[in-house]
Design a protein around this ligand. Sequence first.
Ligand code: G6P
Length: 606
Amino acid sequence: MCGIVGYIGPRQATPILVNGLRRLEYRGYDSAGVAVWEGGSARVVRCQGKLRGLIEKLEVEPAPGKVGIGHTRWATHGRPSDVNAHPHKVGRISVVHNGIIENHLALRHELEASGSKFSSETDTEIVAHLVSAEIEDAKDLTAAVQKALGKVIGAFAIVVMDEKNPDVLVAAKNASPLVIGLGEGENFVASDVTAILDETKEMVFIEEGEIVTITRDAVVITDLEGNPVTREAKTIRWTAAQAEKDGYRHYMAKEIHEQPRAVADTLAGRVDLEHDTVALDGNDIDVSNIKRIVMVACGTSYHSSLVGKFLIEQMSRIPVEVDMASEYRYRDPVVNDTDLVIAISQSGETADTMGAVQLAKERGAKVLAISNVLESSIPRLADYAFYTHAGPEIGVASTKAFTTQLVSLTLIAIHLGRQTGKLAPERARELLAEMVTLPNKMADLIEHGAQLQVIARRYGNSQGFLFMGRGNQYPIALEGALKLKEISYIHAEGYSAGEMKHGPIALIDENLPVVVLVPQGPLYEKTVSNLTEVRAREGKIIAIASSGDQEIGALADEVVMIPNTLPELQPILSVVPLQQLSYYVADHKGTDIDQPRNLAKSVTVE
Ligand code: G6P
């Protein structure tokens, strides 16, 4: 996600803002900017690319002044560019924003119809327009922000500066983090503790639906209706390195915990429960011409493609093939203009996936890219792009990118199913309504992760692990095994439970932990019978089962319950305990979790 920093006090703001942004660099960003007030106006300096570029620009066009806001942007709406970088200034109002405005299209149309001119492609600029429209008649900036936010639906943290009222910054939060730093005759605001930890250790954490009025000497918090809120400051004892990880010991742990938010952001603005439809970011894929879908990807993204095959075939009845990109590009595949190729890549830069996309395009296929990085190479090359809104993923072992890929694939499958008419509107409605509940279910599941820590200690010294599942749980078994290998260096295999008798059953003895994915659903009984085969050979069974399952406790050594959901959506939940298991096993072994040996986050060479 993006980063915010703001300052008001007796010192020059720009060095404080730039230092804060530097502290946020680790999160990943594609552009940066500041707006600083002096002598009646706010000067905005923005630059695509690294902070270095912004600093060089500021040397040429300095931004002096003692109140200002800064931002590092990770593009979600509108490609990375100088004009799309924050702060956005409309009239006297400058705004920085993290998160996603869900109803940005509707608001933009409304504002344009009443004469507003937009200078960027971002959803953020809408907030600047809305506050600008309110400010003339409002009693103060806080009231204008309060009114403007009444129209906004979405997840956001914003900070607003008014050049006619430079003694105040107004910030607001809904679902994106926001923290106030307290100083002597000066105050700070940021999206992350890290950004302002060099300046103060006294922090006030802002909660959902709160607006903060920040002056040099005071911080006043209210709710959206203007009722006062009192909140104690906390003294932060984290080091800068701990703060970068929000207090977690590893990025992977932080990213596992970010999944409910990442899933909610990926759903935001795309689910239309009134019409049982999905908005695919304006991608008008013509299904009438598609005879087959081919999915290409590597690593974890390949596993999400395997789940995607189940989803798309089941909902749209279009046949789907899945290929590892590294194989596909060298096997002279049959592909033509009646194929839709779906390329999945978190980074959007993986060389093999890129090669597969180039080949498919040369042979006339249309390509839809699913990526987490706006305007990265693969979506740029593709005909259509759909973005997961997971925010930057830093841990090499992919977690939140995977679950948001699954969410994206489910949305795409529902869309295709509605287009082909093979998915009944009632079922689409059920699926979409259930998807909206997933962030809460996921948060619940993650909170109960301590059990996985106990299991990890119990089995973490094993020589190997087997993971198995059927149907759409089979790719999750593969992903669980991959996660464990990647970060704990323990040999692990993922297998389809039905295939076990054709080989891996020979491995089973009392020393082999077998993770069995056995949620409720049409394949439950069959998977239970595979589980009993393991049990008969004294394998140690760790079952991942649906909450309320009364039978499984008697058959397994360990049972991890996942919240109930529709079978199509179970992979999005069942992978979470596997991520946690591998994390805790690796932690128990003391390996380098965020940067495991020999692995790279993005493999841009063959
Ligand atoms: C590397 C990473 C994996 C990732 C794979 C594909 O191997 O370590 O976590 O799944 O590349 O990356 P992509 O960015 O294309 O999804």
